[in-house]
Design a protein around this ligand. Structure first.
Ligand SMILES: [Zn+2]
Length: 191
């Protein structure tokens, strides 16, 4: 963190009379780097905390085996980050889960829910190409045009379903829907 401040001061020394836009650019880059460091630090805390209790198979209820850690790159609104989390496997059902992915509400195994929300919002209003550019430029979200194209419709349906369940006051929902895409009910209205 201190190194970043030093780099900024050095940058200031190297430029004689910066414009506000030049200062902005530098600050945006610095903000992104620092946010990424902090988010990865916070995630390390979450990773270290698991497993809190024995992981039960969501299908059959039997205890699952911890198969160790796996690293995943996840797209967020502050850029792509790395998440290292435990993988649990059920010998009965021959299926595995990443409990931390569910806690974090990671969508389609590689996006934060905030990214999914923004992609749906702008994918509906703009062409996919424009949406990709807007997300990159304004939201620092690195998502390709083809990803938006492939996912917007599906994500939109999921968000609509969440809204419907919320309005219907379905208490069962939170318990039932702990599979992908995670605890989506945390999010407010998308549209
Ligand atoms: Zn099972």
């Amino acid at each position: 963190m201190e190194g970043r401040i030093d780099a900024m001061l050095e940058w200031r020394e190297s430029i004689k009379e910066p414009t506000l836009t030049e200062i902005e650019e530098m600050m945006l880059a610095l903000r992104k780097e620092m946010a990424k460091e902090i988010i990865e630090m916070l995630l390390e805390g979450e990773e270290a905390r698991e497993p809190v209790e024995e992981q039960k198979c969501p299908q059959c209820g039997k205890a699952m085996m911890n198969k160790g850690k796996q690293t995943k790159r996840v797209g967020t609104r502050i850029g792509t980050i790395e998440v290292e989390r435990d993988y649990y496997y059920c010998g009965e059902c021959k299926e595995g889960v990443f409990p931390l992915d569910e806690q974090l509400a990671i969508w389609d195994k590689k996006w934060s829910e905030g990214v999914a929300k923004q992609a749906v919002k702008w994918g509906r209003r703009l062409t996919f190409e424009e949406a990709t550019e807007a997300l990159q430029e304004l939201g620092q979200i690195e998502i390709s045009k083809s990803s938006i194209w492939r996912r917007v419709k599906k994500w939109e349906e999921i968000f609509q379903e969440i809204e419907r369940k919320k309005q219907g006051g379905d208490d069962q929902y939170q318990e039932q829907d702990r599979s992908s895409p995670g605890r989506s009910e945390k999010y407010g209205q998308v549209f």
